[in-house]
Design a protein around this ligand. Structure first.
Ligand SMILES: Cc1cc2nc3c(=O)[nH]c(=O)nc-3n(C[C@H](O)[C@H](O)[C@H](O)COP(=O)(O)OP(=O)(O)OC[C@H]3O[C@@H](n4cnc5c(N)ncnc54)[C@H](O)[C@@H]3O)c2cc1C
Length: 417
């Protein structure tokens, strides 16, 4: 038997994971004149995605990178409001059109549209290499620092040698595990989510909603092209018990929660495998930087889906890491000490987001009498006080320091006169 072929390449930065965090960072680094190799385990963009809602802060960064308009042109839905609807009444109604700035909206956009545009912009650079269909299985280490990664898959075994390696490989990050970095798992949320789409039901208005009509709360938003995406919340770790009660019981519970989709639930959910279970937890890697290594996006911090923060934070991580990493690579000094200029302030941002999400979950999703009494007061606080306005701005915009630092970009090569 012949051994699979082996290749070896050199880059300034090896990015593991071609999701929102990895491809945004890759594009920023390429535009700053660095050589970047991205290793992505999926062979194509035609894969399963979850998050679709972009907040104004994420939209601004994508626009500054020139990818928002073409990604949206592939199809998406602009949304105006975030609502908590209890027994038919909007208890909380955040009107995004009243927010300042050029992006006063939420955007429901298939992740594939964003990634396709980011990737095609990266492909304009000669110094970009994409190892698609390759899974990272080992890190290259030298003198105690990470200096690249080994990937296996399409085309054999590839060794990427790089001054810096970025783990942008999602909530179950292999890079994090290979580096021996433990991740704290915090079961602060008392719910998990069963996700499903009801195609052909028409686009349900211009809002992301949490319905509390009957039974357990449900998250709902329009999903391109003509679908409603629903997330039915169930007690944390309660799926096995629920599944034992069978499909008819689950259908009935979902119908009770969203009576307006009762018919579609019966037609579209014909097996429990039509539902995707999301184990909801808050996670945080104990370290984000080592010599030669940095973790970003879900690999560094994982969030509850409530508040649509994940993609936005991932893109903002990339924008905030960009100047630090460019300076470190240019100085030939990619040490943990230097990378902390990114990790320490960003860690404080993420702690704040985690606190806000825990509060949101308690206020919107918890059951019980006390919650029922407190909920309208909290909703009013969020809508009518300066503290509430500050919270909304934080959720919508993230850290205002996360901007594309275009002054670090190298001039694009000009065509000969
Ligand atoms: C059900 C659900 C709903 C959500 N809804 C929203 C929402 O509405 N809005 C929002 O902002 N966020 C949402 N999120 C969160 C959002 O999807 C994530 O936070 C976001 O995708 C994180 O981006 P990332 O680039 O860090 O990681 P990912 O998107 O997970 O990308 C990681 C990439 O790494 C690749 N990879 C993994 N292992 C390897 C390996 N060993 N070698 C090479 N490549 C590898 C993966 O294939 C993947 O492409 C949701 C999440 C879930 C689960």
């Amino acid at each position: 038997m012949t051994a699979p072929p082996e290749t070896e390449t050199t880059a300034d930065v090896c990015v593991v994971g071609g999701g929102p965090a990895g491809l945004t960072l890759a594009l920023l680094l390429l535009r700053s004149g660095l050589r970047v190799t991205v290793v992505e385990k999926s062979a194509s963009l035609d894969r399963e995605y979850r998050g679709e809602i972009l907040q104004p802060g994420g939209l601004a960064l994508l626009d500054q990178l020139g990818v928002l308009a073409p990604a949206e042109a592939r199809g998406g839905h602009r949304l105006d409001r975030f609502q908590l609807v209890e027994r038919g009444r909007a208890l909380l109604d955040i009107d995004y059109t009243r927010l300042p700035g050029p992006y006063p909206r939420l955007l429901s956009l298939p992740q594939q549209h964003v990634l396709a545009e980011l990737q095609s912009r990266c492909e304009e650079f000669e110094d970009f290499r994409l190892l698609a269909g390759c899974r990272v299985t080992a890190l290259v280490e030298k003198d105690g620092a990470v200096r690249g990664a080994v990937a296996e898959g399409r085309g054999g075994r590839h060794t990427v040698r790089a001054a810096a390696t970025v783990g942008a490989d999602g909530r179950f990050s292999k890079v994090r595990r290979l580096a021996g970095i433990p991740a704290n798992r915090d079961d602060v949320f008392d719910f998990d989510v069963l996700w499903f789409k009801l195609p052909g039901t028409g686009v349900p208005g211009r809002a992301v909603r949490v319905f509390r009509d009957g039974g357990r709360p449900v998250l709902a938003y329009p999903s391109y092209p003509d679908t409603v995406q629903l997330g039915w919340t169930l007690p944390h770790r309660g799926y096995a018990g629920l599944a034992q009660r069978g499909l008819a019981y689950v259908q009935e519970e979902i119908r009770r929660a969203v009576p307006e989709y009762a018919d579609a639930v019966g037609e579209r959910i014909t097996a429990l495998t039509d539902l995707t279970l999301l184990d909801v937890f808050a996670g945080r890697a104990r370290e984000w930087v080592r010599d030669g290594l940095v973790l970003i996006g879900d690999a560094a911090h994982t969030h509850s889906p409530l508040g649509a923060q994940g993609i936005n934070l991932a893109i903002q991580d990339a924008a905030l890491l960009h100047p630090v990493l460019v300076a470190a690579v240019r100085a030939g000094d990619v040490t943990a000490g230097r990378l902390r200029a990114y990790a320490e302030p960003r860690g404080r941002d993420i702690d704040q987001v985690m606190r806000i999400q825990t509060m949101q979950a308690r206020a919107m999703l918890s059951q019980g009498r006390v919650a029922r009494v407190v909920r309208p007061r909290l909703a009013s606080l969020v809508q009518h006080t300066p503290i509430g306005a500050k919270l909304t701005a934080r959720i919508a915009f993230g850290n205002p320091a996360a901007q594309v630092r275009s002054e670090l970009f190298t001039p694009a090569p000009q065509p000969p006169p």
